[in-house]
Structure formats: C-alpha cells, structure tokens
Design a protein around this ligand. Structure first.
Ligand code: THU
Length: 177
C-alpha cells in the first residue's frame, strides 16, 4: 500500500501552489510610493524560483535542454511545467505550454505572468531562455492586459518583459470576431 506521505506529495504536485504571504496580494494595500514595484519584485523572485524548480521535472532525453516554467494566475496561484520531449521530435511540448495547459485544463483562464528558465540538464542556466513563437501565441490567448514574461538565470538574475513587447501585432480572438 502506498505510504501516506507519498500520497500527500502526489496530491500537492497536482494542485497549484500558492504564493506565500511575502508575495501575496496582502501587500497590495501598501500606500507608500514604489511599493508596487517592491511587491512585484518579491513575486517575480518567487516565480523565478518556481521556474528553476520546474526544470527538474523536464523530460529531455533527446536535447538534454531542460526548461522550467511557472505561470501565475490572476488569483495568485502558480502552475509549473517542464518541457516534455518525444522520439518523434515534433510531438515535443515546451515547458510554457505544459504549464499553461495544466492550468487551463483545471479551469484557470486568466494569467498575469510566466517565468521561464532553461539550460542544459543538470546545470544552472547560463543564459536567458526566451519563449518560442508558438508559446508566445498560446500566452496571448490567455494573457491579462499587463501579462509579463520573466526570463530567468537565477532567482536574483532575471529580466521582465511585457508580452506585447515580445509579440507585437499578435493574432488574437478579436481578429476573428
Ligand atoms: N523549449 C521549451 O521548452 N520552450 C521554448 O520556448 C523553446 C524550446 C524546449 C523544446 C525542446 O524540448 C528543447 O527546448 C529544445 O528545443
């Protein structure tokens, strides 16, 4: 029979993590100038760490390039994903889409940020990993107005970009309505 602790771990792995109090909306009412930026920094840092952690789950027997993504819902939940490769290379799923599809398949629809970390398996990232074009398109589908993409080398070395900057003039649902 499965041990209780293993069952609990599995349960945890299937549900969205929450931001801890440091990064939660609790700071939102802070009225000092610049507090919004401080709050964002704390949240981005935590999301960066979640992306680094997610790399450990990547399945990359072909490229050995492990990518982790951590997606922040507008409610403050975090969904993680790794890239999942396939012997038929085209069937590979990127880390960003793994995280997004996990979240959407659990009923989430609106997101505010995604952090991405990539590098050779077993080593720390040496460069910022920018999302591929397909992932940018999938982000746009569910992105809130100010959605940001955070490319991560470490939890203290990351860059924050607006999705609009990475995907200008994007094709969206409005185009076909
Ligand atoms: N990959 C991602 O996970 N995200 C991207 O945005 C670009 C590429 C993965 C796919 C493949 O498993 C590996 O990186 C090398 O292309």
């Amino acid at each position: 029979m499965e041990k209780q602790s293993e069952m609990q771990n599995r349960e945890k792995a299937h549900s969205a993590e929450r931001l801890d109090s440091k990064g939660s909306g609790k700071c939102q009412g802070d009225d000092s100038r610049g507090s919004g930026k401080q709050r964002d920094d704390a949240v981005w840092r935590q999301l960066a760490q979640a992306a680094l952690d997610a790399r450990k789950m990547a399945y990359v027997p072909y490229s050995r390039y492990a990518v982790g993504a951590a997606l922040l819902t507008e409610q403050g939940g975090i969904y993680q994903g790794g890239n999942i490769e396939n012997a038929s290379y085209g069937a590979t799923n990127c880390a960003e889409r793994t995280a997004i599809f996990k979240a959407v398949s659990e009923g989430e629809r609106r997101f505010s940020a995604i952090a991405i970390a990539g590098g050779m398996e077993g080593a720390e990232p040496v460069d910022y990993a920018y999302p591929c074009g397909i992932c940018r398109q999938v982000m746009q589908e569910f992105a809130g107005e100010d959605f940001v993409v955070i490319v991560v080398k470490s939890d203290s070395d990351y860059r924050v970009h607006g999705l609009r900057e990475l995907l200008p003039y994007g094709f969206g649902g409005d185009s076909i309505r």
